[in-house]
Design a protein around this ligand. Structure first.
Ligand code: 3HC
Length: 284
């Protein structure tokens, strides 16, 4: 495989848009795919806004900002990604839609294209199994907010080739990330540790009878967390956290992995955190 020059990103929600932002800032021609052009353009607008803010803060030159924005194209047509060297999937966290998408990407993309998933808790191996070229499928797991969090986990599934892992790691480095390579185990490295820890935090709310504000203050000031656990789960999304917990519990059967009833009830009530305007906290 020659050098990766163009990147397709599928799904321009918080994670996909963050990945697309990183890609254009690093100089890749980037095509973002959303289910409608309106949603795609809204995401492009948010990316442009974050880059403008970087200019205002003196972290980016105006000309570099404009060049980065010009590298981004959005579409609602998956076949527009046919020429991409690397496609990163960041759609809904469910196995079946991801498998359908990878099977479709295999039909559309060049045989040497790399197909990456940003899944947080599903098996990369199971996603890759939907294709006949699992050696070209790899995990690239970014952290929220992707433009700010330095890590990307590059996940080697059962049949991923070492060349594919190397190529994904090289892209991660070009995006300015710290790359940690790992194998395809439930939760990979960070979520295997972080998800049960956040679930413990949520259980402590009731056990120690503290407010979200108090718990967040405790973990920030007593454990040095940059952001309290309730603020963090609101940022990640209550639904995303519940889903990741359920997926890990299903695989590992460790009680700490299971989402606490309190947060499942929040999800069922539509309190999804920042994105819905209300979670542990309220947002304007
Ligand atoms: N793109 C670009 N800029 C962004 C952004 C984005 N997507 N989102 C926010 N920003 C900008 C904001 O515009 C803000 O600037 P402004 O207020 O001046 O406009 C700025 O970033 C915030 O920058 P700060 O220098 O103030 O950053 P902080 O020092 O407050 O750090 C943080 C922010 C890096 C998010 C820090 O609070 C942190 O590390 N929090 C923990 C986050 C974390 O743990 N994430 C992992 C979640 S788990 C996960 O993602 C796994 C998944 O599988 C579920």
């Amino acid at each position: 495989m020659s050098e990766i020059r163009s990147i397709g990103v599928i799904g321009l929600g918080a994670m996909g848009a963050g990945i697309a932002q990183l890609a254009v800032e690093a100089g890749y021609d980037t095509i973002g795919r959303e289910v409608s052009v309106d949603l795609g353009e809204a995401a492009a607008g948010r990316i442009g806004g974050f880059l403008t803010r970087k200019v205002e803060k003196g972290k980016l030159e105006q000309a570099d900002r404009d060049a980065a924005v010009a590298r981004l194209r959005v579409t609602d047509d998956l076949s527009d990604l046919a020429g991409c060297d690397l496609v990163v999937e960041a759609i809904v966290e469910a196995l079946e839609p991801k498998q359908e998408l990878f099977a479709e990407l295999e039909r559309l993309c060049r045989p040497d294209a790399i197909l990456a998933t940003n899944t947080s808790a599903l098996s990369v191996t199971e996603i890759a199994a939907a294709t006949t070229r699992p050696e070209r499928v790899v995990g690239m797991h970014f952290f929220n907010p992707a433009p700010l969090m330095p890590l990307v986990e590059v996940v080697q599934a059962e049949l991923t080739s070492p060349e594919t892992v190397d190529a994904a790691a090289a892209v991660g480095e070009k995006l300015g990330k710290v790359v940690v390579r790992c194998f395809d185990t439930p939760g990979f490295v960070v979520n295997r540790v972080l998800i049960p820890l956040l679930n413990d935090c949520i259980r402590v709310l009731d056990e120690a009878r503290v407010t979200p504000e108090a718990l967040d203050a405790a973990m920030r000031n007593g454990a040095g967390w940059p952001m309290g656990p309730c603020t963090l789960v609101d940022l990640v999304g209550i639904d995303v956290h519940v889903h990741a917990s359920e997926a890990l519990y299903e695989k590992l059967r460790e009680p700490r992995m299971a989402p606490p009833p309190r947060i499942v009830a929040m999800k069922n009530a539509g309190l999804l955190g920042r994105k819905s305007g209300r979670g542990f906290y309220s947002y304007d």
